[in-house]
Design a protein around this ligand. Structure first.
Ligand SMILES: Cc1ncc(COP(=O)(O)O)c(C=O)c1O
Length: 440
């Protein structure tokens, strides 16, 4: 390791904290730059980024067109008070109203996904005058207190075992681990039961991911979203769809919800909106909600709302999805991934299930295909992750960066990926799976 590299490592480890882990013993990637689907370290090694950063760098790394847009905006003005208007803010609002489904025509701009979820919850409570929020166990909606309370990811329990009040959680549909022929009906019955126990008239909103991501890419029973829409309409509950991970082409459509032909009342976006080039997010609301605040005060705000540089970035990134036909590529490459993983499944006893839509997919590892015994449970403790950690190291040694959560290996590369690069990534996963296969 050269001097400069070790100094970078020392500065990072000695003076910064890393998320979601114990700090000692951490061996992070030391990245110098990014190009397309690759990250490049200081020794010019290319690392295939099979998780698009944190499933956000949808257009790929190092796109000069985005740099140019950022520089151009900074040369004009980098920051204005959010009550001020700019060309890029208005143009981005207009563009989002064009690509969002139905009459979701107005945006409130945020800093990230979590601040989007927080503000979507506040908007729903202000609009309905109700306070309960229905969400799902296992779902992840961000790590600020409200978003964490809304989420059903058990990592939150260490921070506050009780969390915010008025968040009610539903069981998440999980076909692979459901027994019996009636799993679909059971999901619907469960929803009806929880609503009736809690009183449907008390709910401000139901929050659902547009497509499940870190919860395990779990697929809904047919008609589930339509049923939710009906329930919401019947009881005056708002349907909030979290498109933070599933938005901006990830599932082969602009938004995950487009796959279900349902129009939400509020949509939350982040990640792919700027492809991670600048932190940013948006809460998109329908006309009824927007119009309500014509006469009522909108009691939400953020210093960095509608940040001009972030708006300029989002505008350029959205153009790139269209210019480079990336959403269609995600759909086509997704079909290729599906085909290849089916072949891998026949060779690797450790692949229990594969669930994918577009380029948002995950392999579920099992010790035994018949019993479906998982390698680790969803809420696995670090000392239960030995085999998975060995696989992680192997993948890293073979030159790939990947997102692994518990028992799930995610396949979510940038949308500009081609078949050869998919083969390269799946080949590396296959090598690592041999470690798990030896424990089957
Ligand atoms: C579905 C979903 N919602 C919200 C968030 C939170 O976004 P952020 O980390 O930008 O706050 C995430 C982050 O992974 C996410 O996947």
């Amino acid at each position: 390791m050269k001097n400069i590299e070790s100094e970078i490592l020392r500065n990072n480890l000695n003076y910064t904290l890393f998320e979601w882990r114990k700090q000692s013993g951490y061996k992070p990637l030391n990245i110098d730059k990014g190009e397309g689907v690759y990250l490049i370290d200081h020794q010019k090694n290319k690392i295939l980024d099979f998780s698009s950063g944190l499933i956000n760098v949808n257009i790929g790394h190092g796109d000069q067109r985005v740099t140019d847009a950022v520089v151009k905006q900074m040369q004009k003005v980098s920051y204005v008070n959010p009550s001020t208007i700019t060309k890029v803010r208005g143009e981005l609002g207009k563009k989002l109203s064009e690509i969002c489904p139905g009459n979701l025509n107005k945006s409130f701009f945020t800093i990230c996904g979590a601040t989007g979820i927080e503000n979507a919850i506040k908007l729903a409570r202000l609009y309905t005058g109700r306070h309960k929020i229905l969400t799902r166990y296992r779902s992840y909606h961000g790590s600020t207190m409200g978003a964490m309370s809304a989420g059903g990811d058990p990592r939150k329990l260490k921070v506050d075992s009780q969390m915010g009040t008025n968040f009610i959680h539903l069981e998440i549909p999980y076909k692979y681990r459901s027994s019996g022929h009636h799993w679909e009906q059971n999901c619907f019955d469960h929803l009806d039961r929880i609503l009736s126990y809690e009183g449907p008239e008390n709910f401000a909103a139901i929050i659902m991911e547009g497509e499940s991501g870190s919860s395990g890419c779990l697929k809904l029973p047919d008609g589930y979203f339509k049923k939710l829409r009906k329930v919401c309409d019947k009881y005056g509950i708002l349907l909030i769809v979290d498109e933070v991970m599933s938005g901006f082409g990830r599932t082969g459509q602009w938004f995950g919800i487009n796959n279900y032909d349902v129009i939400p009342d509020i949509m939350v976006m982040a990640k792919g909106i700027t492809s991670g080039y600048i932190p940013f997010g948006a809460v998109q609301v329908n006309d009824a909600i927007a119009n309500y605040f014509n006469e009522e005060e909108l009691m939400i705000g953020l210093t960095y709302s509608a940040h001009p540089v972030a708006c300029a970035t989002a505008l350029r990134v959205i153009d790139i999805y269209e210019e480079d036909n990336l959403i269609n590529n995600a759909k086509e490459m997704g079909k290729y991934v599906d085909k290849q993983v089916q072949i891998m499944k026949t060779k690797h006893p450790s692949i229990g299930d594969f669930r994918n839509t577009g380029l948002l997919g995950c392999i579920e590892l099992v010790k035994n295909k018949n019993t479906k015994e998982p390698f680790v449970n969803f809420n696995a403790k670090p000392d239960e992750m030995n085999v998975i950690n060995k696989m992680r190291s192997k993948i890293s040694k073979l030159g790939m960066s990947i997102f692994i959560r518990g028992n799930y290996i995610f396949i979510a590369p940038p949308l500009c990926i081609d078949k050869n690069q998919i083969d390269e990534g799946l080949g590396i996963i296959s090598e690592a799976l041999k470690i798990a296969d030896n424990h089957c």
